[in-house]
Design a protein around this ligand. Sequence first.
Ligand SMILES: [Zn+2]
Length: 204
Amino acid sequence: MTFTTKMEFKEAVREYCIQEGRRIWFKKNDNVRMRAVCKDENCGWLVYAANNTENNYWQIKTFNDDHTCARKTKNKLANRKWLARKLVKKLRKYPNLRHCEAAQYFKTKCDLELSMCSLTRALGDARAVVYGDAAAQYGMIRDYGLTLLRSNPGSTVTVGVIPQPNPDDKPIFEKMYICLDACKKGFLAGCRPLIGLDGAFLKT
Ligand SMILES: [Zn+2]
C-alpha cells in the first residue's frame, strides 16, 4: 500500500487506530521512515513505512495488525484537530448539531468517550470553519450578481442589506432579487394583454 505523503500515511494510521480503539505512538518519525507501535509494550502491533526514493511515495513495508491489548474508549489520537475535522462534515449536514448529539456520534461511530471539554473545543473549531465559510460566501454575492448581469445582459439583480449602526461594520445580508432577461422576455411573449378591474365600494 502506498501514500503520496508522510502526512497522508500518518493520518491513515490515526484513522485506523481510532476505529480499532487502540492507542499507538510514532516511535520513529523522520524524512525517510515512520514506525508506529502500540502503546502497550506487551502488544506486538506495528506498522512501518518508508519513503521510496524512486517515486517519492510512502510505502508500507511491515504491518503486524494483531493487537493483544484490550480496546480502549479513550484515545489521544482523536485529538482536537481530528474531532473538528469530523464535526465540520457533520455540521454542514446538520447545522443545529447539539453537543450531546456530537458525543453520541463519536460513541456510535468509533466507540469513543470524550470529555465535555474536548468536545466543546472541537465543536467550536468546527462551527468557526462552517460559519466562516458561510460568511465568505455571502461576501461573494455582489460578485455573483455582477457575473449574472455580464452573462445575461438585460437581467435584474438587486441585493438588499441591513446597514449597521457603526459604519465600519459590514452590512448584513437581508434579501436578493434576480430576474433573468430570458425569463422576462419569455413571460412577456407568452402573455395576453389583460386589463383587470377590481370593484370597490365608494362612499358617495
Ligand atoms: Zn495493542
